[in-house]
Write a protein that binds this ligand. Structure first.
Ligand code: SAH
Ligand code: SF4
Ligand code: F3S
Length: 458
């Protein structure tokens, strides 16, 4: 089920194609978070008059690699990929290769020295300049644009949807991040937080509805600090969700990611009020220890976080929760680590994304705190966290046996075309016999079996 579950998780990669009437061929490869996937769709839209997208990298005249810098491993993976592409460039000397995204922003023109395959580099706020960068670099110059903007949201660009399931789509509602968690590169690679005009968000959602989409995920690094006050409108994230939910009762609304510091009662109550707002909240905790949370600059305490979880569960007993956890942050003691395990048990997460701390140059933690938990110990702690989450996911899935869920069908199971898969409101994947159903339909499925990762139903 990895193909299904990996969509938009922080370390996945994907390629896409589409049919445009154009001459040259473009191949885009995307790494990193959902925001990068949404950005690749914007890039495809910016270049659609000049390039036809292709599925085989061997056919490409232009290759764009949209990169992630979140952990060292993510960057190593890109370097390795660029090595692989060198042989192709030798075979096709006219081939242009451009690097986009967070790594472009973090490393800037320095990348031309380590990666001679590159013709141009564009940071996340510079995609409108791509046609120019491509044209100039075709003449043999190395070109780059890594300027960050205070207001770019690509609001007017209708992304080219490459997610061929045609059922669910990402809609970017804000860019950047102002939180400066001490370990994180995102505020440096994506710049300051800015919200997108709600009018254009609604136009995009309405277009998706006309195109037959059934689910939208509103995206931002910290969606609950969405704020719009211009153009005669004043809107919070809760209000925006409400307007989006009202566009059609058949449209499911999801969102990612929420920072625990501002998950307000207003927001929780809005989620509860609308059947079509999914009962699933990704609420990254990072650590269960107050000492570590403080060093991470997460600005909430364990107690505050648990109070928000209590409010969510009181208001919506069926709401699923997932989280992000970092193992082995600077100075993390065994006791701190135990606190992380205990908060996991206390919340009983349905799912978690779990990582070893990876020091990123330029961040507060790299400047201030030694990366002093040895790698083997980080691995050991991470393994403990992963094993515990496995138990928690299984417990949660077993509780679902015998229950009936409304599932939005996303596609055919990889293993057999006789089975379909979809998600319930809680974001759990459910696989069931196809019968005479098809992707895009809502079906009530009763769960009769499960693994830690998937529910099986009828
Ligand atoms: N904006 C989102 C998360 C963005 S990055 C939020 O605040 O929740 C996704 C996850 O990567 C983070 O939640 C964190 O768990 C992890 N992460 C970020 N920087 C990291 C680092 N330097 N080392 C390890 N994991 C990191
Ligand atoms: Fe990074 Fe924190 Fe911003 Fe999330 S909220 S993107 S972890 S700085
Ligand atoms: Fe990676 Fe940038 Fe997203 S660092 S996680 S692609 S915002």
């Amino acid at each position: 089920m990895l193909d299904v579950l990996s969509r938009g998780t922080p370390t996945c990669a994907s390629t896409f194609f589409c049919n445009f009437a154009a001459v040259k061929k473009l191949y885009i490869e995307t790494y990193g978070c959902q925001m990068n996937f949404a950005d690749s769709e914007v890039v495809a839209a910016i270049l659609k008059d000049q390039y036809e997208l292709c599925i085989d990298v061997q056919d490409a005249d232009l290759i764009l690699i949209n990169t992630c810098s979140i952990r060292d491993k993510a960057e190593q993976r890109i370097h390795k990929r660029l090595r692989e592409l060198e042989a192709l460039k030798r075979k096709r000397p006219h081939l242009q290769v451009g690097l986009l995204g967070c790594m472009a922003e973090r490393m800037k023109e320095e990348l031309f020295h380590s990666e001679p395959i590159l013709n141009f580099i564009a940071g996340p706020d510079a995609y409108r300049s791509l046609p120019q960068l491509i044209e100039e670099s075709a003449k043999g110059q190395l070109r780059f644009n890594v300027l960050l903007s205070e207001d770019e949201t690509y609001a007017d660009i209708m992304p080219v949807r490459y997610d061929l399931n045609g059922v669910s789509a990402f809609v970017s509602i804000m860019r950047g991040c102002n939180n400066f968690c001490s370990y994180c590169v995102v505020p440096y690679t994506r710049g300051r937080e800015r919200s997108r005009n709600p009018k254009t968000i609604l136009q995009e959602v309405e277009q998706l509805l006309r195109d037959g989409y059934k689910e939208v995920t509103l995206l931002g690094q910290n969606v609950n600090s969405y704020k719009w006050n211009d153009d005669g409108m004043d809107m919070t994230f809760a209000q925006l969700m409400e307007v989006v939910a009202k566009t059609s009762p058949d449209l499911r609304v999801r969102f990612a990611t929420s920072h625990p510091k501002d998950i307000s009662d207003e927001l929780i109550e809005t989620i509860a009020r609308y059947d079509n707002i999914c009962k699933y909240i990704h609420l990254p905790v990072q650590s269960g220890s107050n000492a570590v949370l403080k060093k991470m600059n997460r600005v909430y305490t364990r107690e505050y976080y648990l109070d928000r979880v209590r409010k969510i569960k009181e208001t919506m007993p069926d709401c699923a929760l997932s989280t992000d956890i970092i193992a082995g942050f600077c100075g993390e003691t065994l006791e701190d680590h135990e606190q992380t395990l205990s908060i996991m048990r206390e919340v009983g997460y349905e799912y978690a994304y779990m990582f070893k701390y990876s020091e990123r140059g330029g961040t507060m933690s790299a400047k201030r705190f030694p990366d002093d938990v040895p790698d083997e110990e980080k691995t050991r702690r991470l393994e403990e966290i992963i094993a515990l989450q496995g138990e928690l996911s299984l417990i949660s899935n077993k509780r679902d046996i015998g229950k009936t869920f409304r599932v939005l069908v996303e596609g055919y199971s990889k293993r057999s075309h006789d089975y379909l898969y979809g998600r319930n409101s809680q974001n759990k994947v459910i696989i069931f016999p196809k019968g005479d159903h098809a992707p895009g339909e809502y079906i009530d499925v009763t769960v009769n079996e499960c693994t830690g990762a998937t529910l099986l139903g009828n």
